[in-house]
Ligand binder design. Sequence first.
Ligand code: SF4
Ligand code: SF4
Length: 532
Amino acid sequence: MIRQAFSDLFERLGSTSRRGIRPATLRESSLRSRIMPTPIPRELILSLQHYPDTSAKDVSSMKPCVEVGEWVAKYQLIAREKGPNATRLHAPTSGTVQAIEEIPPAVNGQRARLAIRLLTDTDERELPLEPPSDYRSLAPEQMIQLIEDAGICGMGGAGFPTATKVRDALEKGVKTLIINGVECEPYISCDEALIRERADLTVQGAELLQAACLADDCVIVIDNAMPAARQALKEKLQGSAIKLQVVRRRYPAGDERQLVKAVCRREVPNDGHPTDIGVLVQNIGTAVAVYEAIVHAKPCISRIVTLTGSALLTPKNFDAPIGTPVQHLLNLCGVNENQHEFTIRGGSMMGQYLMDQAAPIEKTTNCIIASNNAEIPEREAEQACIRCGYCEQACPAQLQPQRLLASIRNEEWQDTVELGLDDCIECGACAVVCPSRIPLVSYFRAGKEIHNEDHSAQRQSRHWQERFQFHQYRIKKNQEKARSAKVAAQSAGEEQGFSRDQARMEISAAVERVRRRREALARETGHGEEKS
Ligand code: SF4
Ligand code: SF4
């Protein structure tokens, strides 16, 4: 994962807060221009594996309802969920189904997926939409049905079908609807761009979602680093019952549980969802898609994607049809090939290296970063834990990452349960602040997969297990190497009196790492050191 590679970047540009971290904002470049419509590419690749879970066993979660050679119109339903959930896939433009075949994994750990290859034509012939004559008089279940028909899923990244979530909220009688516009990842600006340019649709989408789940209150939450979006929302919210709340920018403030805590001052139960305590959380992009679905009966066929990174000549946000190859968007930005060493899908904290630039934009793809090692340096070698406690201070889930690390390394699975491994949201804040560069979140992810596999043979954890075993093998090998080197140094030292010097050097290195981190904190907060 990318987040460990970002440790250096955050060391230079960010700092810790009491819980979570406060990364530098790196979204200005992609916000210089307005959201750009995307010229339709020659081919769209529409994945039939809806869920972003990279270890999903099946090659597809959806069943195609078109055949190879068939011509399809824009907005035509081309696939639907196999299971009980409400996922749908529609043609983003008109064209001919060229193939329904497996496409290679886009990111490490993902399996091959089934996809529809649509050879687009230039006609953009579309099915006529049939919007409701008076959407304001629709009953909640009718609105939810329109959301389901439009195939909307959570556009914040998780991709859970929105209709299923709203129906659950309605049945549970939620009191509060939170529209999540907090961009806590440093590079992602798609939600900010959307609010800035389509604040009216955001507000109307929020009102419709509130009417669909019958929540008493609705709050739109943004962070304090979006002045233009804040101003646009303030204007559109005049006279509305919807409230605007601005939270301090901090990672991972946009996480559902953190947001509920910040807005409602209530904790989501460890094994539950926000709806269990009467709260429904929806992303900004989802609210706009809901507006289009209920008012215009328009299926979800595109999304806003941030294209950014130092290898791009003109970073920007695109309104991209689902299925657009990443390469097509990179070309539209202009790529400086000398600067382009890798591409990341997703943000810098939660994203993954893209293995294939022909991979398509999906409903959950919010950001593509084209970058290089100068901008995103390689992670330094992992060192021993010095028990500084920074990881614990940064953890938004109030865990003790250093203790979790020890229990995973020792394979003490009962201890990991008691220490709350399942409550780890894998945000990576602990790994970013760790002065010993320990890839904590990789250990936690691997630990969860191995532990869960013990309890559910269905879970696909082979990938992470292999990675973890390999990692352990490397650790053991390094430890053995270090032990032999120490023994050799000690025997030499006993003869030459160097063993104490060696120990002093190791202690000084650890103290120096802590000192650098404290100085960074003092610079950022402007009022001295935080207690470690
Ligand atoms: S332990 Fe988990 S939740 Fe806590 S900071 Fe680390 S990754 Fe985030
Ligand atoms: S931040 Fe790193 S070095 Fe410090 S206690 Fe946590 S794991 Fe150990």
